[in-house]
Design a protein around this ligand. Structure first.
Ligand SMILES: NC(=O)c1ccc[n+]([C@@H]2O[C@H](COP(=O)([O-])OP(=O)(O)OC[C@H]3O[C@@H](n4cnc5c(N)ncnc54)[C@H](OP(=O)(O)O)[C@@H]3O)[C@@H](O)[C@H]2O)c1
Length: 301
């Protein structure tokens, strides 16, 4: 059985969707949102920070691999609520590591591009982390804990992900821009922070391939195009036929209360392309894929 922590998240949901049909998955989440069940997945509410609850729930389960995605993934929440962010990410990861060791399982830890300071892009797996915000520092700490305590481990660093959300879930930036433009509201988007946005389904697909092939070490996963949020917004408006004039390009300094963001953490995807034979998806192609999905969902309703 494969255990996925954070099963209701952006990535957790995509992992369920991209899994092989006969894959046995047990997913845990905190319980903030109601889950729309994937029939083949067993869902449980469980806080990874609660060691006894975690071990009690999984006591009898035979676990071959844990994909650990759970934790506070909002950069600003981590900055504003340091104790909660530490508990959620570090204590949660320590408990997961203990579980993995007890079960003699494999651990796939989901890290982030926030481990880098953004001054020397594009980043490869060989580059040395140097975070500039609390979220990035927590990811570096968790990566170290994983590396030092689990022999059979894989660290995956996705970059800014976009995909469809169920109502109430934490919105991907694409859904946020799309819904704001659809409602005819003005929106300010930063034009000085660059990433290569990654479709959630593509990320999940790459993670399953890494697991199937027994890979270990660090892997960066990203889309093809290096864009700032304003440029991404223009693509979204074009693909979905919305008004681009509702968007205004602003510098990061326009939002002084937000946590500092590294300026350019874009990745080189050479390792994943070479080893998995995957071709990173362009952002416009990703938007077109999602547009088709939205249309097919509407037709099915
Ligand atoms: N999103 C991105 O653009 C991005 C980019 C790079 C890396 N990452 C990393 O990828 C991973 C997944 O991100 P995401 O965007 O999918 O996150 P997300 O949408 O915010 O989902 C987080 C998931 O974790 C669960 N969770 C949170 N705290 C928990 C706890 N203490 N115990 C059990 N479950 C808990 C949540 O459950 P509830 O729904 O019940 O709260 C939810 O299922 C994270 O590690 C993040 O740092 C994300």
């Amino acid at each position: 059985m494969i255990l996925i922590t954070g099963i209701t998240g952006l990535l957790g949901s995509a992992l369920c969707e991209q899994a092989e049909k006969n894959c046995s998955i047990h997913g845990i989440y905190l319980g903030q949102y109601k889950v729309m069940d994937t029939p083949s997945v067993r869902y449980s509410v469980c806080d990874v920070c609660d060691r006894d609850a975690l071990f009690g729930l999984l006591d009898r389960d035979d676990i071959e691999c844990v994909i650990h995605t759970a934790g506070i993934a909002s950069v600003d929440d981590c900055e504003q609520k340091p104790e909660l962010a530490h508990r959620s990410n570090v204590i949660g990861t320590k408990n997961v590591i203990e579980l993995v060791r007890a079960k003699n399982a494999r651990l796939v830890y989901i890290s982030s591009n926030a481990v880098f300071d953004g001054t020397k892009p594009p980043y490869s797996e060989e580059d040395t982390p140097h975070p500039i915000n609390r979220y990035g520092a927590l990811k570096v700490e968790c990566e170290r804990l994983v590396r030092e305590n689990v022999q059979n481990h894989l660290v995956v660093r996705p970059i800014l992900m976009y995909g469809l959300n169920r109502p109430q879930e934490r919105k991907s930036f694409l859904m946020w821009i799309l819904e704001t433009l659809k409602s005819g509201k003005q929106i300010n988007l930063v034009n000085d922070v660059y990433e290569n946005p990654l479709l959630t389904n593509r990320c999940a697909d790459a993670i399953w391939r890494l697991i199937e092939r027994g890979k270990s070490g660090i892997y960066h996963i990203a889309g093809k195009d290096i864009l700032n949020r304003y440029e991404a917004g223009l693509n979204i408006a074009r693909v979905f036929g919305l008004d681009p004039d509702l968007m205004t390009a602003v510098p990061s300094s326009f939002f002084p209360s937000l946590a500092p963001r590294p300026r350019n953490t874009s990745y080189t995807t050479a390792k994943i392309e070479r080893e998995l034979k995957v071709k990173p998806l362009g952002f416009e192609e990703g938007c077109l894929f999602l547009k088709k999905r939205i249309l097919s969902q509407k037709t099915a309703e």
